[in-house]
Design a protein around this ligand. Structure first.
Ligand SMILES: Nc1ncnc2c1ncn2[C@@H]1O[C@H](COP(=O)(O)OP(=O)(O)OP(=O)(O)O)[C@@H](O)[C@H]1O
Ligand SMILES: [Mg+2]
Length: 226
């Protein structure tokens, strides 16, 4: 398996008359590569990431991740496949305020059979990753997450995306709300973790200055079929 992701003859339509449709003949991403995707607002970047993570389903075509045709899976199996193999980083990080930071990190584990596995292993992994990212234990153990700073939230979001040792991370403009210092921090952290843990990364952004952090870039408009 050379490719982490293979998309073939993909067609997606929003269920609206004359609604947006996305047509991609071929898109492949090699294993362990870090790729950034650019595209204008409304071009379908978030739609594509949601198709890749199985939150949306295509009308036709195939999406192959880790040798699995994911778009053929039942919705339960899709959720399980995502929880086990895909780390998702959302634009606004989507940290739930009413649960603790550590439980935010553990969310993907709650979808998998981690109770049967070694629960301690994942908690230790969370605290170890947090230490590496300069987040102290007592911050993770706070009752809820409403008082985290933006910088703390971004690090929690990265740890949550990698906690299950995913095969692929998809990140939807995660730096768009950050100031320059936090943006550089965020990318250093993310790229570093993907390199050390051999995770393939597909990130979407408007910001072409971020190219230098990635192995290659894709322009969505160039790969879609009219
Ligand atoms: N839930 C929805 N129902 C119908 N159409 C939608 C829905 N969500 C998005 N669209 C349409 O799909 C198209 C692509 O949207 P998408 O959010 O994928 O773009 P994007 O490239 O991520 O844009 P941005 O850079 O602004 O985030 C747009 O025309 C949008 O109006
Ligand atoms: Mg978007």
């Amino acid at each position: 398996m050379n490719n982490a992701l293979d998309i073939k003859n993909l067609l997606f339509k929003w269920n609206k008359k004359d609604g947006f449709s996305l047509k991609i003949k071929n898109l492949s991403i090699k294993r362990n590569k870090k790729v950034i995707m650019f595209g204008q607002s409304g071009s379908g970047k978030s739609t594509l990431l949601n198709l890749i993570s199985g939150i949306l389903s295509p009308v036709s075509g195939t999406i192959i991740i880790k040798d699995t045709i994911t778009n053929n899976l039942s919705s339960n199996k899709k959720d399980l496949f995502r929880a086990n193999n895909i780390g998702v980083i959302f634009q606004q990080f989507n940290i739930l305020d009413y649960i603790s930071p550590i439980n935010n990190i553990m969310l993907p584990c709650f979808f998998t059979n981690f109770k049967k596995k070694n629960k301690k292993f994942f908690y230790n992994r969370a605290f170890n990753l947090a230490t590496k990212l300069d987040l102290k234990r007592n911050i993770l153990l706070q009752k809820n997450s409403s008082q985290l700073s933006v910088g703390q939230k971004q690090r929690i979001a990265i740890i949550r995306a990698v906690i299950n040792k995913p095969f692929l991370i998809v990140a939807d403009e995660p730096t768009s709300a950050l100031d320059n210092k936090n943006k550089v921090n965020f990318l250093d952290l993310l790229v570093n973790i993907c390199d050390t843990e051999k995770i393939t990364l597909l990130m979407v952004s408007h910001d072409t200055s971020l190219k230098k952090y990635f192995d290659s870039y894709i322009t969505l408009e160039k790969i879609v079929q009219k």
